[in-house]
Structures are given as structure tokens and as C-alpha cells.
Design a protein around this ligand. Sequence first.
Ligand code: HAM
Length: 430
Amino acid sequence: MQGSPPRGMRDFYPEQMRIQNWLFSHWRESAHRYGFEEYNSSVVEQEELFVLKSGEEIVSQLFNFEDKGGRRVTLRPEMTPTFARMIAAKGGALAKPLKWFSVAQCFRYERMSRGRKREHYQWNLDVVGVPEVTAEAELLAVALDALEGLGLTAKDVAVRISHRGLMGAVLEALGVPPERWAGVFGVIDKRGKESEGQLWKLMEAQEVPETTIRTLFSMLDEKTIDPFSALLEEKGLSTEPVEDLRTLFGYLEAYGIQEYCEFAPSIVRGLPYYTGIVFECFDRGGKFRAVFGGGRYDNLLERFGAGALPSAGLGFGDVVIQEILQDKGLLPGLPRRVDFFLVPYSRDERGQAFRTVQHLRKKGFCSDLMLNAKKLKGALREGARLGAKRVVLLLPEELEQGLLVLRDLEAGEEERIAEREFLADPGRFL
Ligand code: HAM
């Protein structure tokens, strides 16, 4: 047995837990403010769900096993298939449009790198029953609001947006057969994560000819929608992707978040279920992996037998955001704090200390007391370690006169106060 957790997993000691909770409370608070409702499920899911819905890469990364009843199960690698399963199970009983969120721990047996662990928490936000890009605009607004709440601005991060239909059209125009598209999207998604040479190899494995790869890669660097619009028109293909993108950018302006958002055709997303708008949020310095990613998946729920239910969503991980905040000096210190720390002079004063600490706790003050018998010096050291705003000393002689000794550790000052007054209004003494 070693002291470390299994490779790729994290332990959360109290100081890290304070940071996690700080982040999660920002996520939850933003989601509530934007009208999203919280849901969750077990981390153990049916393996089949991901084999059918998540695509090859995620399936190769599953923490899967057989339970004692011989069922194939897995720790969930993502939340979307579970979300789709839950919505489909309720069918028409759930009123649409529906906006749900979750803070879900996910597990992927990934090659470990910066920003990639084998376990992470993901804030999932999904909208069901909205065919228009109003859903995407709302999703981006809430995610960016949370980022701002954490201290980031449009100078720090950008959301890069595209549409699966654009690259689909390019592939169609280049004669790549539709059954190869998911594989090709998977390779495009690796741009920036793999070397150029490796990308060429992966493309060749998808049987894409050299000249096609060259044209495809040059299209990925386009900065505007216009060349794609021209291509779609020239080939007589639906211009819906272009219209969707232009409408979305208009909405993002009205939401006041346009300075975060830019068109980037290289964003295709690695997961196979996306059908329309896709997006990913990155730090502008290009040092880190994606902060969040998502898009529209209009066919996934139908595949669970739920009927056609247009949907869009995103996943925002806890790892990359903390790396970025740390890099920018924006992670809060969050030291441990208690309002009052009570110190009974000896065992004889304990009864009174218990009664007083309970009184403070019931009144809503964060209060602790010394559980081990210690000399005054040790007691004050313990109070400092707990971040006590005030140490309350229960000394025999003072207690006899109805007095408590209140010590302000930071100021190094001490005063005698009437116990009665303190109990009536402890907040006055903070
Ligand atoms: P994803 O892009 O695979 O999308 O993950 C979303 C986010 O989760 C990433 O941008 C990243 O912040 C974080 N993440 C993913 N894998 C890891 C990892 N191994 N270590 C640390 N962080 C990680 C999805 O999972 C979609 N289901 C999102 C979605 C929701 N689409 C629609 N609704």
C-alpha cells in the first residue's frame, strides 16, 4: 500500500476541498441564476450506453468492469449519454424546453498530460427542446458568466465556434465519403494536441488522399465564414450552417459576450453525437487545453427512442480552469476561518465551554473548542491554526465574576467582557 491514490486520481485534502467547493459554488450559483435545474446520477453506468453513444476514443478509455451479477458496467466518462437516457426515460412527462445542469465526477483512462487526469469533475449544462440557436447563446452566456465570476475576462479566454455542417460540406465537396466523417472529425479535433506529422498519419489511416488533406488543413485556418458560404452555394448544399452561425453571432452580441467569441472552423469536437454548432473555450495564451466544450446534438435523444428532441449542451471541467486561475494568480487563498475558539482553563470549565460553544453554533457562528487539555500558549497556537477571529478564554476566577476573556489574536489584544452581554449578542464582539 502506498500513500498516493491510484494513478491519475486525486485526493482532496481540506485546503483543496475549499478550492473545489469555491469553484462548484460558482458553477451552481451561475446555473441557478440562469434558470437551470440540478440533476445527477450514479457514477456507475451501463457500459453499453457509451459503446453506442460516445464513440471509439472514449470507449477505449473506459474504467469498465463486470459487476457481481455479470453485468457490464463502467465509471461514467462523460455525462451526456446518461443525461439523454434520463430524459428519454421520462419521455413526454418532462415539460420542454428543459434546462438542466450537473456537477459530475467523470473517469477516463487517458494518456496523462497537463490538464488531463483520469478523473475530473465536469459542470454539464444542457438545454432540450430548443431547435434554434437561442439554446447555444444561452449556454455560452451562462458559462462565460461563471468564468467572469471566477475572475477571467475576454482578454484571458476566447470561445471558438464552428458548425459540424461546415466541415461536413468541405468533406463532401472533397469527396470524402460520409462514413469517414466521424473519423476525420476525430483527427481534426487533435490539431494542436498532436504533431503535424502525427495528424497526417492519422488522416492517411482514414484513407484521405494527400491532396485532400492539404486542402482540408488550409480550410481549417480560414478566419471568416465567407469562403464556406461560397463553397456551400457553389456545391448546391444547404446554407443552414452558415445561417445558424450568423444568427448565433448576432445573439451573442445582444447578450454582450461577443468579445469572447470568434469563428474557428478547426473546432469540430471529438465526440460523434454533435450535429450543428460546436464550440470550445481556450485561454488566449494557448498554454492550456480546453476549459469547456460543447454543441448541438439533435439526434442523440431520438436514438434512445424519445422522439426527435433537439438538444445542446456543454461540459466545463474543474482541472484546466484551476490551472489557468493558478497561472494568473486568481486562485483565492481561502484560509481556514472560525469566528470563535473556546478554551476552557481546565477540565472543570469544560461543562461551561460546551454550553457556550453550542449557544454560539445555534446562533449561526462558526465556533470550535479545545478538545485536548493544553497550556495557554498551546491553546493560542491552536486558535491561530484554526484562523480564529476571537479566542474565548474560560478562566476560573473570571467565570466566578460572570466574565469571559476575549482575545483578538491578530491585534494581540485582550479584554474582559460580561458573559451575559456576550451570549446576548456575540456578533458585536467580532
Ligand atoms: P469533452 O470536451 O470531452 O465534452 O469534455 C468537456 C470538458 O471536460 C473539457 O473541455 C475539459 O475541461 C474537461 N475534461 C474532459 N476530459 C478531461 C480529463 N481527462 N481531465 C480533465 N478534464 C477533462 C464532453 O464530455 C461532453 N459530454 C460535453 C457536453 C455536454 N456536450 C453536450 N453536453
